[in-house]
Design a binder for this molecule. Sequence first.
Ligand code: ADP
Ligand code: MG
Length: 240
Amino acid sequence: MTELLKVIDLKKQYENDEIVTKVLHGVSFNIDEGEFVAIMGPSGSGKSTLMHIMGFLDKLTTGKYIFKGVDTSNLSDDQMAEYRNFDIGFVFQSFNLLPRTSVFDNVKLPLSYAQNPGDITAKVKQAIAAVGLNHRINNLSNQLSGGEKQRVAIARALVNDPALIFADEPTGNLDSKTGGQVMRILQTLNKRGKTIILVTHEKYTAEHAHRIIKIKDGLVEEDLQVANHIEIKDGDELIK
Ligand code: ADP
Ligand code: MG
């Protein structure tokens, strides 16, 4: 297995005015290419903070973050943006689509950062097909259901063909049926070789991954392989 990323004794504290909030107290693990990992823990345990650091949306306070063999300690903002835009796709609980904008244009957005995006129309159509939304391509984002919105967000995360996808509570705003569809898409993408890092506070959602890293009070409490992960088949609900 090829290592994709590694965090070593990672600590993070936020400093606002005089107030220091210590969030991560020394977290270490490796993730290989092609894994499907759930970062699981209660609300406020530091999951999103950890994801933001691994996704180059934020910086650690001390410790090391190695991404694709590169020590990221001294990267410039431009180098961080390069990783963020071309190596990683993001899916968030709240979808974060552009309002009153078509599915096509929402999915196209990340390609506008590329200098040589290639055949934009073909790439956008391929990403939309991968989430089964061909019939919605010209609809506006506000004309979609929650599940469809999240599938558009996944298509947007895929359009640059990144090796790694972060999904932060992607089913948090969905009912169990549409949540199941989203988990099925993530499982299918993983089978096609994408590394998936799923952030969730729900045990049953985490059990769709192949490995669970449990975070509690800013520390890794447990890091285990899931012996029998839940496999979603077409039409299955997310079991609650
Ligand atoms: P989780 O995703 O596990 O619910 P978070 O990583 O969002 O947890 O937050 C962990 C802790 O860090 C919380 O106590 C939260 O209030 C705090 N926190 C998160 N972001 C900031 C910030 N920008 N400034 C100060 N505190 C923050
Ligand atoms: Mg969170």
